[in-house]
Ligand binder design. Structure first.
Ligand SMILES: Cc1ncc(COP(=O)(O)O)c(C=O)c1O
Length: 486
């Protein structure tokens, strides 16, 4: 295929050149009605390029096949049989992907270290989750993706399960053995869905962890805005083999998706695919070299712990994305949240996820010598300033296994059940009616339907006292919890 073409971008350029006058949405009419103070900050190009697909970029019958061509090029670029663009982030794409495999009341294996959008999908879709527990790393206090044998065990115990949803890479960059999990799923004749929200860059260099489509997954969802160069909310479904019917996927996507897809998302996805097709390997090689250099320098800094390939092994992770630089700060006597706030306030360096023990800095092809130097300078100063940051209140981290809570009620039933609010110290033994998610990274500690324990309450409340944010709980202070009424 001709990857120098970019059908959506070309249609946009044509639209602008033609000077169509639009009597449908968007009402700003390509920026003519936008307040100049908005234009001053956003720039006119954003609005000039904000055009509907139907009767805008393409005609009302889509006879130009613009979106179709762009999706076919994307599929070809990443080794998928089919690709579909989605403009509502992977938060919506994972819901659709899950719904395409398991309808209401049907079982789906789900790795429990899932992003909150997956747990929300369990509630919205009415999925019966069969949790596959991740590998808990006791030393680092974090979860790596589950192993193929954990998946096999649950498939054997649940022959009526419709498929498996795996989350890899994790927020911290650790990866599952996708190929081996796919092999297990296919032996049981069910599809493997991979939430590869953090993996849009993986198809473009062989020194990066395996990309889901290359490793035999049936359906892969990515967020191109995370590790790629498309605007926020740019997500893609990638499909191969015949275990998931593309018509079913499209129809279920149609249930949830917007009828006003953003041309900015489509155009930037199209541009990303062209950029990667033409220059992906060299851009990724450069990012890998930079990440390798940063890793080497961070590893030499006293007080910081770099997460490296020592986390790989039979009871750890299968692989690690070297572009995810995860830095442990416990030795400095501070939390990852303190480090993140200090880096932003004092150095205008905004890192990614941060929890009690660590924070994460993502390197992409967009980094350069200047961004690298600023990160390294800020990390050096973080070490020297840490003693003046004040000790964070201690967090009572849970023991291994303590986060594997019993699911007593279907998450959907618990979420929609009559609920009551109880003081947190009286919540043990009750069934959660809400999601309780430290964010970011966004993996729920409590899901609706799970039986609350004192250890989990203690962990969550001490984390909040140390600065963890829980935006989805009804009471973000966690003095109370919302539980299923008796
Ligand atoms: C593993 C995982 N899946 C899905 C999502 C949702 O992606 P999006 O932000 O594109 O909606 C995230 C977001 O952080 C994530 O980490």
């Amino acid at each position: 295929m001709d990857h120098s073409r970019a059908p959506v971008l070309e249609a946009l350029a044509d639209f602008r050149r033609r000077g169509d006058i639009v009597y449908g949405p968007p009402g700003h009419k390509q920026g003519r009605g936008v307040d100049p103070r908005v234009l001053e900050i956003l720039g006119p190009g954003v609005f000039e390029s904000d055009v509907l697909l139907l009767n805008g970029l393409d005609d009302r019958r889509e006879s130009g096949g613009i979106l179709q061509q762009a999706q076919e090029l994307m599929a070809d670029a990443v080794g998928a049989e089919q690709a579909f663009f989605s403009t509502c982030g992977s938060s919506l794409s994972v819901k659709t992907a899950m719904l395409a495999v398991a309808g209401p009341g049907e079982k789906l294996l789900i790795s429990r270290n899932a992003h909150k959008s997956v747990i929300s999908a369990v509630i919205v879709n009415g999925t019966m989750p069969v949790w596959v527990h991740p590998q808990f790393d006791e030393r680092l206090h974090l979860a790596h993706p589950p192993q193929p044998q954990d998946v096999e065990e649950q498939l054997r115990a649940n022959p009526d399960a419709k498929g498996m949803l795996l989350i890899t890479p994790t927020d911290w960059g650790t990866c599952a053995d996708v190929r081996a999990v796919a092999e297990v799923c296919h032996r049981y004749d069910v599809p493997l869905i991979v939430d590869e929200a953090w993996g849009a860059h993986l198809p473009f260099h062989d020194r990066l962890p395996a990309w889901g489509m290359h490793a035999d997954a049936d359906l892969v969802v990515t967020s191109v805005h995370k590790m790629g160069a498309a605007v926020e909310q740019s997500s893609v479904f990638h499909l191969q083999y015949d275990r998931i019917d593309p018509t079913v996927l499209k129809q279920r996507e149609d249930l949830l998706g917007t009828t006003s897809a953003s041309s900015l998302v489509y155009a930037s996805l199209d541009g990303w695919r062209r950029q990667m097709s033409e220059h992906g390997p060299e851009l990724m090689a450069r990012a890998l070299t930079r990440a390798g250099r940063i890793r080497g320098r961070v590893a030499e800094l006293d007080g910081l712990g770099l997460m490296g390939r020592e986390v790989l092994g039979p009871s750890g992770a299968f692989d690690l994305d070297p572009l995810a630089i995860t830095v442990e700060v416990r030795e400095l006597g501070i939390t990852g949240m303190q480090a993140a706030e200090w880096l932003r306030e004092h150095h205008r360096v905004d890192v990614g996820s941060a929890d009690v023990c660590r924070f994460n800095a993502r390197i992409t092809h967009a980094d350069d010598d200047d961004t690298e130097a600023r990160l390294m300078d800020a990390l050096g100063r973080l070490i020297s300033d840490a003693p003046r940051m004040g000790e964070a209140p201690p967090v009572r981290l849970p023991r291994p296994g303590a986060l594997e809570l019993e699911t007593a009620v279907l998450p959907r039933d618990a979420f929609f059940a009559a609920a009551e609010t109880v003081p947190a110290d009286k919540a043990a033994g009750r069934i959660s009616a809400e999601l309780v998610t430290p964010y970011p990274p966004g993996v729920p500690v409590l899901a609706p339907g799970e039986v609350i324990t004192d250890e989990v309450v203690d962990y969550l409340r001490s984390s909040v006292a140390a600065g963890t944010l829980i935006p989805d709980a009804a009471d973000a202070s966690l003095e109370t919890l919302r539980v299923v009424a008796r």
